[in-house]
Design a protein around this ligand. Sequence first.
Ligand SMILES: *[C@@H]1O[C@H](CO)[C@@H](O)[C@H](O)[C@H]1NC(C)=O
Ligand SMILES: *[C@@H]1O[C@H](CO)[C@@H](O)[C@H](O)[C@H]1NC(C)=O
Ligand SMILES: *[C@@H]1O[C@H](CO)[C@@H](O)[C@H](O)[C@H]1NC(C)=O
Ligand SMILES: *[C@@H]1O[C@H](CO)[C@@H](O)[C@H](O)[C@H]1NC(C)=O
Length: 492
Amino acid sequence: MRIQVAGVVSFAVLVAATSAGGRDEFLNRGEETPFLHDDYRSGRVHERLMNKMIAAVARMRVNVGDASNGAPKWEPAVGITPIAKFTPCIDGYAGTEVNNTYACRNLDLYSFTPHGELGSDDKIGNDIWGWTHTSGGVTREFGLVAQMDGTAFVEVLPSGRIGYLGRLPTQSVSSLWRDIKVIGNHAYIGSEAEGHGIQVFDLLKLLDVSLIASPKTFSIHSDLTGLYNGLPVGRSHNVVAHAARNLIVAVGSNPRTDICASGLIFIDVSDPSEPTSAGCAAADGYVHDAQCLVYYGPDAKYNGTDICYGYNEKSLTIYNVTDLADPRIISITPYYGVSYAHQGWVVDEKDQRYLLLNDEDDEVNRSGWAADQKTVTYIWDISNLAHPVLTGHYKSPAVAIDHNLYIHDGLCYESNYNSGLRIVDISSINEDPTGAGFFEAAFFDVHPEDDDINGIAEYGGSWSVYPFFESGYVLVNTMERGLFVLKYTGSV
Ligand SMILES: *[C@@H]1O[C@H](CO)[C@@H](O)[C@H](O)[C@H]1NC(C)=O
Ligand SMILES: *[C@@H]1O[C@H](CO)[C@@H](O)[C@H](O)[C@H]1NC(C)=O
Ligand SMILES: *[C@@H]1O[C@H](CO)[C@@H](O)[C@H](O)[C@H]1NC(C)=O
Ligand SMILES: *[C@@H]1O[C@H](CO)[C@@H](O)[C@H](O)[C@H]1NC(C)=O
């Protein structure tokens, strides 16, 4: 299929044509996608994904169906009990009882807490992030657990158990999508809920040790440090933190007809109590997720530049955002098998030579390398920012859709929905960027219902993972169950 650029000519296209040398130049590289470009630009492709997610959650909630028909036979409140003790992975399983036993390798379970015990009425989880506080030689680690109806705050205790401290309810209505990042001691929380905006919450409030005994529901008015109300209708799909510049970047902020085209929306948070609009980058339209960093890498002319790596549905799009009033596109690169470029992470922030990307729809659509529905991770050489090169891929042994991935110390932590957390050893990347030397170092399958059919490319299970704690505890937030605290036991 030829890629077509016909259709609605939006503001985004015009900006790209004038400031980045023309959109066609980037798109007509012969890469094929199952969709026409107008399907992406109109939002139809993303809407299709969101509707699948909504349908999957509806199935989780009514407890109908049969895994062999593709419907998870699970109802969140049924049969899920907390696990409040160390439960090692032995002979391929961790867990305690029927319906609460998980296939695993090289990851031990330290605790499991259902969403209902984390103060949620909706009992459906999504994103997760972490915060570490050190004072007087004492380090404490905290998890920020996103749920449909708010954010639950937990302390990850030295034993790996968690203390539930309280919650910040949603700023408007419930939504399947909530996303959190941290800069310094403040959390920034966005959601697809209309009228939500970006909540700014001072995490120092969590240091109060009395919270473990009596968890607190914080006020969405008096307990907020700030609230950013400048998004078009208050919605965002993800929030990105560019900590070095005290910048929060809201992405996927509908509607696409807005002047910012759901692109990168910059919010200056130098004063967290006064989050301030700092412009936007509309030129490649909708940005689903991004990572923004000061560039330190081999492309010498960008050394010290502020770069955003954008996961833009039909392409990897790289921006120079040094001047927020004049953001520039460096490259827009579609790729083999592209179906829905979703999220990714650079392998090494201090030497931005490679990044890994996940495509959220290739397994569902059976496009390119994902024809057999085993999760595919795309490997990119970004040493020339104007010409990123897809150098290879890694294929998981398990069938599943992939969601967020994060890279820490040569390991890629993949949150792969119904196949759970998959840790991939990518330390061979500098010698061989084809991915031939990548291997699965560990896994913890948070969704047993599909184990007897070898996995399923459906929504459910693990939404996201936070692997950056010094203690080595890894937090996994699942949609239908709750929060898992795990630790990797393999050698790095
Ligand atoms: C396990 O799950 C099945 C299916 O939801 C349910 O019928 C059964 O009662 C559960 N068993 C226990 C011990 O909770
Ligand atoms: C980038 O700048 C830093 C100093 O800020 C320097 O140490 C480094 O060698 C430079 N890298 C390149 C590729 O020019
Ligand atoms: C990055 O963008 C800034 C501001 O728009 C511009 O001045 C600078 O030349 C750009 N850097 C490169 C290497 O193109
Ligand atoms: C892949 O996407 C195309 C475009 O929407 C659609 O026509 C096709 O049915 C999809 N294939 C699968 C297997 O989902």
